[in-house]
Design a protein around this ligand. Sequence first.
Ligand SMILES: C[S@@+](CC[C@H](N)C(=O)[O-])C[C@H]1O[C@@H](n2cnc3c(N)ncnc32)[C@H](O)[C@@H]1O
Length: 209
Amino acid sequence: MLDAPCGYGRLSLPLARRGAIVVGVDQSAELLAQAEKDCGDLPANRLKYLRHDLRAPLPEGGFDAAFNVFSSVGYGAESDDLAIFKTLRDAVRPGGRVLVDTAHRDLVAARFSRGAKPAQRLAGGTLIVEEPTFDPISGRVNTTWYWSGRAGQGHKSASLRLYTATELVRLLQSAGLRFLSAHRGCSLEPFRAEGPDLGGPIALLTERA
Ligand SMILES: C[S@@+](CC[C@H](N)C(=O)[O-])C[C@H]1O[C@@H](n2cnc3c(N)ncnc32)[C@H](O)[C@@H]1O
C-alpha cells in the first residue's frame, strides 16, 4: 500500500503492523524522521519511508492501493492537486484502488454558517484555536491556528483550496481514476450530505481506469 502523503506515519505504521507492505511518502524531512523513529523492529521490506514531492512521479509502482487522507490536498493550486492524483494513479497497478479523504467546501461552509471557531485541547493540555476566513471566489480557506500551553505559545497560518465533492470527482477523473463510491470519511458508511456538517469529511474511492 502507498500512504501518500504519510506525515509522521500515523497510518503507515499500524497498517504495516497488521501485515500490509507499506511505503509511506512525504515531503517533510521532519515528519519522516519521526516516522522512521517510530518504526521499531519492522523490517524495510514491510515498511519504508521515502522523501518525495508527490507532484512528481514516484520511482516505484505496482501498488494494490494508494491513499491520500486527512485533508492532504489543496495546499497549492488545482494543477498541483491534479499532479498529485496522477502520481497516485500511476503508482497503482491496473485495477488498483486510490482513496482520497478530505474536508470539502460544503462541510466548511456549513461550519462558517454557524460562526464556529474550532478549538481543541490536546492530551498535554495545550489549547489550539483556529480562526479561518473563507474566500468563495478562489475556494480557499485561509486559516491561522493559535496555541497556548505549558510548552509555550505561537501561531501558524495556512491556505487550503476546498473542493466540492463534484469538483473532487472531476479532478480524480481527469487524473485517469474511475469513481467507485463516496464514504463518510475513512469508514464504510456511504457519504450523505446531511446533518450539521453536511456529511463530514468525504472519502472518495476510485480505481485506476
Ligand atoms: C494533514 S497532513 C496528513 C498526513 C497523513 N496523511 C495523516 O493522515 O496523518 C498533510 C501532509 O501532506 C504533506 N504534503 C503536502 N504536500 C505534499 C507534496 N506535494 N508532496 C509530499 N507531501 C506533501 C505534508 O508534509 C503533510 O505531512
